[in-house]
Ligand binder design. Structure first.
Ligand code: SF4
Length: 138
């Protein structure tokens, strides 16, 4: 691990600013973790329900001789291939935006969030849209 020097010359106001920034970052991480936990939890619950009904239905149909297990297996493979082909396989709903190379040359939009936060309450953080990797790092 790399050793870091601690700057003891930081003024009280500098420490306050740093403390506030760290608190904001901690809150963002906490919210991000809660969102991820909720998304995974909801997906798991829904997946459990779908599994119960699907396996129950398959068992009932096979036991009544309506379909064979081979027919079910073939149909499942076909549906899986269609979903994958359409990009509809399930996930946790996390997406990263891949921009075209020319987008890197565009001047990024600068918004003075600090002066607007008391009005907007970071409404943008509640919207569903994909960020690029550089936006995530910022
Ligand atoms: S909504 Fe988001 S981007 Fe807009 S000012 Fe507020 S924090 Fe900044």
């Amino acid at each position: 691990m790399e050793a870091r020097e601690i700057d003891n010359t930081t003024s009280d106001s500098g420490a306050d600013v740093l403390g506030t920034a760290v608190n904001h970052l901690e809150r963002q991480l906490e919210r991000g973790s809660l969102f991820t936990h909720t998304a995974i939890g909801e997906n798991t619950l829904r997946l459990g329900e779908v599994e119960s009904f699907t396996y129950g239905l398959i068992d009932a149909l096979i036991s009544k001789g309506v379909v064979s297990s081979e027919e079910v297996s073939e149909a499942a493979t076909s549906v899986r291939q269609q979903l994958a082909g359409n990009g509809e396989m399930t996930g946790v709903g996390v997406a990263i935006r891949i921009d075209k190379p020319e987008a890197a040359e565009r001047e990024p939009a600068r918004v003075d969030c600090a002066s607007r936060l008391h009005i907007c309450h970071a409404a943008c953080c509640k919207l569903d849209f994909a960020l690029s990797t550089s936006e995530i790092e910022e």
